[in-house]
Design a protein around this ligand. Structure first.
Ligand code: APR
Length: 244
């Protein structure tokens, strides 16, 4: 199933960088964005998760986010997440970049996670920036900041907003300097995350994609591992435990 080339890279690389998307959490029961269940009340995430939607219609915006938070409250990491904890143990230079806001990598036990799009289980004040982790899952109306009483929003990067500069720099640096890069469960459509695997490959990394479907990235990868992340990542860890 894995090529000789990949086995050699897995065995000898010191630096592994991984990028994850919604697909890694799909087997935990979290709906992906652009899959069949990727719509909410027939509206696209690109319409709902925007800074414009928050400013224009905070009630509708918060209905969407409250629904997503409630979906996540009892969700557990799956074997794919746990395999990435093993990979962090195995590789001295391991970087995990995620587009997911569900926090499941940290729950699973990964230590160094770059949450490029933030974390949905935190509120951030739209005025003073105060971060609040004591969120209310039974919202009756858009929540207000406990410090300044202005409207808060989830601490996620919305469409129309920039990523945190320091997180993006760390992600770019770890992509450009690794020997092996694995892109897992992402449709590779949303920038700047979508460019990270290409930057890795451009700088000499061996580029692998794990996804049951083809994506715009597929044509550029050195190796496509077509299937579900839990199964493939578990196999990789088993092989590595024998080899390294
Ligand atoms: N294992 C691996 N991949 C899977 C699995 C699985 N079990 N199930 C689904 N996938 C793949 C799908 O084939 C798809 O390519 O996961 C991908 C999910 O794609 P998206 O829903 O587009 O999610 P993602 O790429 O993370 O979206 C990027 O878009 O809306 C924004 O901010 C949001 O971070 C998100 C960003």
């Amino acid at each position: 199933m894995f090529s000789e080339k990949l086995l050699l890279r897995l065995k000898h690389s010191s630096g592994l960088t991984v990028l994850t998307g919604a697909g890694i959490s799909a087997e935990s029961g979290v709906p992906t964005f652009r899959g069949k269940d990727g719509l909410w009340e027939n509206r696209k995430v690109e319409e709902l998760a925007t800074i414009n939607a928050f400013q224009k219609d905070p009630v509708q915006f918060w209905k969407f986010y409250n629904w997503r938070r409630n979906l996540l409250k009892d969700v557990k990491p799956n074997l794919g997440h746990y395999a990435l904890v093993d990979l962090e143990r195995i590789y001295p230079e391991f970087h995990l970049i995620t587009q997911n806001v569900d926090g499941l990598h940290t729950t699973a036990g990964n230590k160094n996670v770059i949450e490029l799009h933030g974390n949905i289980m935190r509120d951030k004040c739209s005025e003073c920036g105060y971060l609040n982790t004591e969120i209310n899952l039974e919202l009756k109306e858009p929540p207000k900041c406990t410090k300044c009483d202005k409207l808060t929003r989830p601490d996620v990067v919305l469409f129309g907003e920039n990523l945190n500069n320091s997180d993006l720099s760390k992600a770019q640096e770890s992509s450009a300097t690794c020997e092996l890069f694995i892109s897992i469960g992402t449709s590779s459509l949303v920038e700047p995350a979508a460019s990270l695997p290409l930057s890795a490959k451009g700088n000499g990394a061996y580029l692998v994609e794990i996804n049951p479907e083809d994506t715009p990235l597929t044509q550029f990868v050195d190796e496509q591992l077509k299937g579900k992340s839990s199964k493939i990542l578990t196999q990789i860890v088993m092989i590595l435990d024998r080899m390294r």
